[in-house]
Design a protein around this ligand. Structure first.
Ligand SMILES: [Zn+2]
Length: 181
């Protein structure tokens, strides 16, 4: 069956002359494939008209909000990862230093052990103070989202790591003739 020119006409039936319109109607009555095409086109056209009539505002605003939330959570995740990387990096730097010092202590016990007891006491007192501080902060920060808790926890870890490193250095500098050998 010859479909031309009906397969073109069916896209714009309102522009046809009366005899063309008649011929198209006759062809559509006989031809299944052109009728299917015409019906699909009418449905698509109706859908386009309906979506044009719909106000774009609600969908647009919703998408915009979603994108904003996504960007926010991405940024928060990046910050969390940065804090985590910093914490791990700090631990990686501190661990060998502390291990070396401990090894030196084990190699030269006696006097060094006494000096270490002093330092341990200072450290314990400071840790007690830190624990009290953390307890107060935790009490005042109830009702936050999980992500914030994770970020805060990692931040606290990072700060404690810094503090521990600082205390460690101070402790080793305060006492003269310490473990150094
Ligand atoms: Zn046809």
């Amino acid at each position: 069956m010859k479909h031309s020119p009906f397969d073109i006409w069916l896209f714009d039936p309102q522009d046809l002359h009366a005899e063309q319109d008649e011929a198209l109607k006759q062809h559509l009555a006989e031809c299944d494939s052109c009728r299917a095409l015409a019906e699909a086109w009418q449905a698509a056209e109706a859908g386009m008209l309906a979506s044009e009539a719909m106000a774009p505002e609600p969908g647009f605003a919703h998408r915009w909000q979603q994108r904003l939330a996504l960007a926010r959570s991405k940024r928060r995740r990046r910050q969390t990862w940065a804090v985590l990387a910093g914490t791990i990096g700090g631990a990686l730097v501190l661990t060998p230093i502390i291990s070396l010092r401990l090894w030196a202590l084990l190699a030269a016990p006696g006097e060094a052990a006494l000096a270490w007891l002093d330092r341990l006491q200072i450290l314990t007192l400071n840790l007690e103070a830190l624990r009290g501080f953390v307890a107060i902060v935790l009490q005042s920060l109830q009702g936050l989202s999980v992500l914030w808790w994770v970020a805060l926890g990692l931040g606290a870890l990072w700060i404690s790591g810094l503090w521990a490193g600082l205390l460690y250095r101070i402790a080793f500098k305060i006492i003269p003739n310490g473990v150094s050998r």
